[in-house]
Design a protein around this ligand. Structure first.
Ligand code: BG6
Length: 484
């Protein structure tokens, strides 16, 4: 494993909701990885906290089991798990009551960086922030980290912001959108702003349209109750897809600082046009292939929540006027694929015959699973038969290009270390979250007002037929889900 880590300073990280799913699947394994590669100083301490009483040894056992379960075996080689677990402690805290706060305060070192990670229901964000403040735990070196969902509409997001800002300054608040921690999502900024090749073409003069697809093969089983209240628009579009759109569409920031980057992203969100109902397709997976339907998973036989959505989005600014962004995301689709496809305009005049079936130049940025970049290029079909044209992919997979020893870190590893470093670049600012809701709310209200019912689609495909039509009617077509 290549070590290019920059160690962080001593810290106390308190995880509220430390026995929950996110802590076991992502936060603790992520911290363990950072410990393994030597990023975590000897003085780092992780204090788990939840309502139920548990001994320090009990918490260490639980964390050890989670790490053995969720960290790939290859990354456990030469493991220093026992040394990592020594950094763990536990305090039972009743988040909405008085119990446990003085004990927690007693565990924290006055001089160390403090991070309070709220892996709990958003209804507790303000409550916990207030209790930390009252117990004198909010020092100048404190940060508070919150998870999505950050509200379910503008009003609730404003209330969450108000609750947090009542006790913490904006520069102390870290709102996680884990897509921003993904290696290839960060690469999007490097691709655009560290190469001179793309920028001259990165506008509506040269780009016909952009497609952003986040397809998942899993359904919503196990979390149907939450999901049925949210749907794909709230669960994925308002946050992850809008973030991808912002990074693709934003102007170059004048410097790479948290506020310079976030200012540019907010400007994009403010420039998003309202989306008319004819530019929206909602879908819901039906049963098939021996698998249950969305309604079975949601436990709601009458549900009209969408497990798929496709939208045509326009950005009203000089760079993008006339270049639509087509977004789509859904559950139970053919494959798990996230990619951004930037489709360039055709040459102004084609001098070769037989170009009708070509799709034209496109830059495909694959975020997962096989991270990389592909440039679709037109070439001469080799051999005799005249000047026949064909398309090939100039294909770069990061794994091949950078070597197998470079491990792609999980988003949470990067984000937690950024919290400790005090770098907010990859976190949503309060106004950004609110702006995204201000755009999403009328879209959701539109189908609620008309009591719209999503189109049923077969599992294992690419969503409802109408989603394909959304592009066909504009003379365009989606890149296939999983297309090579
Ligand atoms: C979460 C959503 O934020 O992102 C889930 O709530 C979704 O519904 C998940 O499955 C997708 O994340 P990833 O990293 O697997 O693409």
């Amino acid at each position: 494993m290549v070590s290019r880590v920059i160690p962080v300073g001593p810290f106390d990280l308190v995880i509220f909701g430390a026995t929950g799913d996110l802590a076991r699947r992502k936060i603790l394994p992520g911290l363990f990885h950072r410990f393994q590669v030597g990023q975590m100083p000897d003085e780092a301490r992780i204090i788990g906290s939840a309502r139920s009483p548990m001994s320090q040894a009990g918490f260490r056992d639980m964390a050890g089991a989670a790490i053995r379960q969720y960290v790939p075996e290859a990354d456990q080689a030469g493991s220093r798990l026992a040394q990592f677990l020594e950094r763990l402690d536990y305090v039972a805290v009743d988040a909405s009551g008085d119990g446990g706060w003085p004990e927690l305060a007693g565990k924290l070192r006055p001089e160390a960086i403090r991070a309070f990670y709220l892996s709990v229901s958003p209804s507790l964000f303000g409550v916990i922030a207030g209790a930390l403040q009252r117990a004198g735990m909010n020092t100048a070196e404190s940060r508070i980290v919150v998870e999505k969902p950050f509200g379910h509409d503008l009003a609730s997001a404003e209330a969450l912001n108000a609750g947090l800002r009542h006790c913490f300054e904006e520069h102390q608040i870290y709102r996680i959108d884990h897509y921003l921690g993904k290696e290839t999502v960060q690469n999007l900024m490097v691709l655009r702003f560290a190469n001179s090749l793309y920028e001259p073409l990165w506008n509506s003069t040269h780009i016909d349209h952009v497609q952003i697809t986040v397809a998942e093969s899993v359904g919503v089983q196990g979390r149907g109750e939450y999901y049925d209240q949210a749907g794909a628009m709230r669960d994925m579009v308002q946050n992850h897809l809008i973030q991808l759109l912002c990074l693709t569409a934003m102007e170059p920031p004048s410097k790479f600082t948290p506020d310079a980057v976030r200012n540019e992203k907010v400007k994009v969100i403010h420039a998003l046009e309202p989306v008319p109902s004819q530019d929206i397709v909602r879908g819901q997976y039906r049963a098939g292939g021996g698998m249950d339907s969305y309604r079975d998973h949601a436990g709601n036989p009458d549900s009209t929540t969408e497990s798929f959505i496709a939208l045509k989005v326009s950005i009203a600014n000089w760079r993008w006027a006339g270049t639509p962004f087509y977004l789509r995301t859904g559950k139970r689709l053919r494959e798990r694929v996230s990619e951004i496809t930037v489709v360039f305009r055709d040459p102004p005049r084609m001098i070769f015959q037989g170009a009708q079936n070509l799709r034209g130049n496109a830059l495909i940025i694959r975020l997962q699973p096989d991270e990389g970049i592909t440039l679709r290029t037109t070439i001469k079909d080799p051999g005799p038969g005249g000047m026949r044209l064909t398309e090939v992919a100039l294909d770069m997979s990061f794994a091949d290009a950078l070597g197998p020893e470079v491990r792609t870190q999980d988003a949470y590893e990067r984000l937690i270390m950024d919290v400790i470093r005090g770098d907010q670049t990859l976190f949503m600012r309060g106004d950004e979250a609110e702006a995204a809701w201000a755009w999403a709310d009328p879209i959701i209200a539109g189908w609620q007002d008309t009591q719209g019912v999503p189109d049923a689609y077969d599992p294992g495909g690419s969503g409802p037929e109408d989603a394909l039509m959304l592009l066909h009617r504009d003379g365009r077509r989606w890149r296939g889900i999983g297309e090579k």
